[in-house]
Design a protein around this ligand. Structure first.
Ligand SMILES: Nc1ncnc2c1ncn2[C@@H]1O[C@H](COP(=O)(O)OP(=O)(O)OP(=O)(O)O)[C@@H](O)[C@H]1O
Ligand SMILES: [Mg+2]
Length: 239
């Protein structure tokens, strides 16, 4: 697989819209929509603008679900009480909706609220990785891969490659390069993660970066890995 082989996608006008509104960062659902355009697997999601709509969408997606605040004024949703995991029924949807709005209004009274994101809740797994991108002043985009979730800050176990000269073999190498590689190949009877799937995800992310020089920072974290599929749980794009 080569970067050129990944089809050029007609990225929705999400980035243009954000720029026009003077925003430097995309909302989670916007970043995930772009990821989907590039064939990257994300959780299912939809925005609810009312409790009633939240319940309808939750039933449509199927329980358990996750609910998250949607506001251009809030980047770290958890810090503002804007994320509720493991919602099992309509009553909990209603409570979570009220709680999220209240938490955010208490902490940031003039935050603009677009609604609440309703997401499928991904099953737990021991494997969480990060796929990211940063901009180097001299060399352009750099793609980052490493152990994700809570581990990323503690272990700083990541590898880097330049996007402009990226080949499939480089991606293969960067996966093997992390200290925690064994976590991917399987320890204590865990089945190995499909490495080709992971390589394809990293290549597609690189393509996304290559097509969008305006992206200063991209952070798919956590990405949970199952044996033969994966899901991006949170996505951040800084312009
Ligand atoms: N759809 C989901 N299914 C399962 N777990 C989820 C889902 N979405 C989020 N989580 C869990 O909840 C955590 C917090 O959610 P999220 O990352 O969206 O909020 P955040 O405010 O950006 O957090 P942080 O600032 O720590 O990245 C995630 O790191 C993940 O462990
Ligand atoms: Mg997050």
């Amino acid at each position: 697989m080569k970067l050129e082989d990944i089809v050029e996608f007609e990225t929705p006008n999400i980035i243009e819209k954000a720029k026009k509104e003077g925003r430097k960062s995309l909302l989670e659902y916007e970043a995930k929509t772009i990821c989907k355009e590039y064939g990257l697997p994300t959780t299912n999601f939809k925005i609810a603008k009312s409790e009633k709509e939240a319940k309808r969408i939750a039933n449509e997606i199927g329980y358990p679900i996750v609910m998250k605040i949607v506001s251009p004024d809030i980047l770290h949703k958890t810090d503002y009480g804007g994320v509720v995991l493991g919602i099992e029924n309509e009553e909990q949807v209603e409570n979570a909706y009220k709680r999220i709005i209240k938490n955010v209004k208490d902490k940031v009274p003039d935050a603009r609220l677009e609604g609440v994101l309703i997401e499928e809740m991904a099953p737990k797994t021991a494997r969480e990785v990060i796929i990211g991108g940063i901009e180097d002043k001299n060399f352009g985009h750099v793609i980052v891969f490493g152990l994700g979730g809570i581990w990323v800050e503690v272990l700083k176990d990541v590898s880097y490659r330049l996007v402009s000269i990226l080949e499939e073999q480089d991606v293969r190498d960067m996966i093997k390069e992390i200290k925690g590689y064994k976590i991917l190949t399987g320890i204590r009877g865990m089945k190995p993660v499909n490495e080709d799937m992971l390589i394809e995800m990293i290549m597609r992310t690189a393509k996304l970066l290559e097509n969008h020089p305006e992206i200063k920072e991209l952070d798919l974290n956590p990405v949970v890995l199952y044996e033969n599929n994966a899901k991006i749980l949170d996505a951040r794009i800084i312009l």
